[in-house]
Design a protein around this ligand. Structure first.
Ligand code: UD1
Ligand code: CA
Length: 452
């Protein structure tokens, strides 16, 4: 059991952004939220994020998934943790310290570091990595017996210390009581005039406590994001993890390096995702679906056996066996039933369509309730807006809508009605009737010749 404190008060100047760094997103999830989720997945009891720079923006973006402490002025990592003193005191046990800008840290690593910390009986365990280029990082200074002596910041390090290539990831496991007592003894006597969290290790050692290091296997996990190039690099790594996880769950991907899938998207087994597909937050795809090349799904709930070809589906539900596209646009708040066809250049908005209905081509249905087994001819349009208000079009089961029909809503069409092609429907249609709403055709014999 442990609790986490996540440091996220810093500015993030190099992002060159009005938005705080830690709420920039990787694969659709804020950097700091990745860290919170990793902590929770590793078994964190409670999580607290230390916020400072644009604290309200961070809290608004991240929400109530964790507690917060405010560090009004950024006086160093030690000072940041001091702001969480009450939390640390009440949580007790082990405290894992993580950084809000290292989204690639995994639950497995957090858990392994905590286990290692417990096995060793340490007061503090620092997570370290061995890098080819350690410049900028705090270095791990070890004694003759290999034990950790202290961490020295790059700016404070001697020439010899700068040659050390084992670095401080900025992540730690502490015993809560030991952490609190060491924090009270920090002083800002260093090159940056900051309270360094790193100094707690030496303080604990001097107090006779045991301090250790857990060296990470995959250096990618400690990548901090400082600018937008690093954001992109992290996203590539994260996207690969996400896509690989789906593939291991039985999803086929065509050119997965081009497929963007955000966190928390679900895809059933034997579904196939084409190149350049973008699946955004809240999307759930069933089994045996094909999501064809170039489709964009955002908040889409897709049941089993659905084909989507080169289409956009936003905040809508598509039931099993239905075909969407190519080039369909399903806008928010649609519910499309089973075995429906939503064909090419069809736009749906705020519309419910019951099972078996066919909307094959070039049609706009907005604010509509459509029954079962309705056949829409090419070019049907609901005129749902009179410039001020929106009205509904309601069409019963088994209707046949001829090509190029306009529904000037509000309109109710009874079950089994037929509508002649080219009709502009302005009045309700009773069930089982034929409605023709167009001018009768007149052919004028020899008209062309007379005109000459
Ligand atoms: C820190 C470590 C260094 C380590 C490096 C890993 C110290 C003194 N040094 O360096 O050994 O190699 O991380 O990246 O701890 N933060 C606050 N409030 C502050 C200062 C920082 O919340 O007053 C947060 C930042 O937002 C960031 C994290 O703490 O998430 C680390 O801060 P940063 O300035 O990047 O750490 P460094 O000084 O580079
Ligand atoms: Ca710093």
């Amino acid at each position: 059991m442990f609790s986490s404190v996540i440091l996220a008060a810093g500015m993030g100047t190099r992002m060159k952004s009005a938005m705080p760094k830690v709420i920039h997103k990787v694969c659709g999830r804020e950097l700091v939220k990745w860290v919170i989720e990793a902590s929770k997945a590793a078994g964190a009891d409670k999580v607290l994020t230390v916020v400072g720079h644009k604290a309200d923006d961070v809290k608004a973006a991240v929400g109530d998934v964790c507690e917060y402490a405010l560090q009004a002025e950024q006086k160093g990592t030690g000072h940041a943790v001091m702001q969480a003193a009450d939390f640390i005191k009440s949580a007790g046990g082990n405290i894992v310290i993580l950084n809000g800008d290292t989204p690639l840290i995994t639950a497995d690593t957090v858990k392994a570091a905590v286990d290692y910390h417990n096995e060793c009986g340490n007061a503090a365990t620092v997570i370290t990595a061995v890098l080819d280029d350690a410049a900028g990082y705090g270095r791990i200074v070890r004694g003759a017996d290999g034990g950790v002596l202290k961490i020295v910041e790059h700016k404070d390090a001697s020439e010899e210390e700068r040659r050390i290539n084992e670095i401080n990831s900025g992540m730690y496991v502490f015993n809560a009581d030991d952490l609190l007592s060491a924090l009270y003894n920090l002083t800002p006597n260093n090159a940056q005039g900051e309270y360094y969290l790193t100094d707690t290790l030496e303080i604990l050692l001097n107090g006779g406590k045991k301090v250790g290091a857990y060296t990470i296997a995959d250096n990618d996990e400690i990548r901090g994001i400082n600018d937008r190039v690093q954001l992109w690099e992290a996203e590539k790594i994260m996207q690969r993890r996400i896509n690989e996880a789906h593939m291991r769950n039985g999803v086929t991907m065509r050119m997965p390096e081009t497929i963007m899938i955000e966190a928390d998207v679900e895809i059933g087994a034997d579904s196939e995702i084409g190149a350049n597909v973008n699946l955004k937050k809240g999307t759930k795809i069933g089994a045996n679906c094909v999501i064809g090349q170039g489709s964009i799904l955002d908040g889409a709930v897709i049941r089993d056996g659905v084909n989507v070809l080169n289409s956009v589906i936003l905040d809508s539900e598509i039931d099993s066996g239905t075909n969407v596209g190519p080039f369909a646009y399903v806008r928010p708040n649609c519910k499309v039933g089973k075995d429906v066809k939503v064909g090419d250049f069809v736009e749906l908005k705020n519309t419910v369509i019951d099972d078996g209905t066919k909307i094959s081509h070039l049609t706009y249905l907005g604010d509509s309730d459509i029954g079962k087994n309705v056949n829409f001819g090419c070019g049907t349009v609901t005129c749902n807006y009179d410039g001020k208000n929106k009205y509904r079009t309601v069409i019963g089961d088994n209707c046949f809508v001829g090509c190029n029909t306009n529904f000037v809503s509000p309109i109710n069409v009874g079950n089994g009605a037929y509508i002649a092609a080219g009709s502009t429907i302005t009045e309700d249609i009773p069930e089982s009737s034929l409605s023709i709403a167009r001018a009768r055709q007149v052919n004028k014999d020899g008209w062309t010749d007379k005109r000459k």
